[in-house]
Write a protein that binds this ligand. Structure first.
Ligand code: PRP
Ligand code: HPA
Length: 81
């Protein structure tokens, strides 16, 4: 099974979904993330098998990612200062 998400930040979302998939009987669950945030706060054991781009440890938005529900349709990835 391949889980695809826009961003892997602290990993809580994908960790929870992966656990659910495993409980349902998934034998192998891989993770693809458009963006992976560079920091050491990720849930242990959660990492992306397929990475689009590594982003800095700042809030990013655009290309599907929102900032307070704004900016998802921006044609590039931006970071807050
Ligand atoms: O790695 P994490 O720290 O769990 O963060 C990443 C998750 O947070 C965002 O989802 P959110 O629930 O904010 O909703 P959205 O997809 O509608 O933006 C994002 O889309 C990822 O799914
Ligand atoms: O930096 C981010 N941007 C958009 N959504 C997010 N969800 C967790 N971190 C982020």
């Amino acid at each position: 099974m391949l889980l695809a998400d826009d961003i892997l930040d602290e990993g809580h979302t994908l960790h929870g979904i992966r656990e659910w998939c495993r409980e349902q009987g998934a034998v192998e669950v891989r993770i693809a993330a458009l963006a992976v945030k560079a920091h050491d706060r990720c849930v242990e054991g959660v990492c992306a098998d397929y990475i689009g781009v590594e982003v800095p440890d700042r809030y990013v938005f655009g290309y599907g990612m929102d900032y307070h529900e704004q900016g998802r349709n921006l044609p590039a990835i931006y970071a807050l200062k």
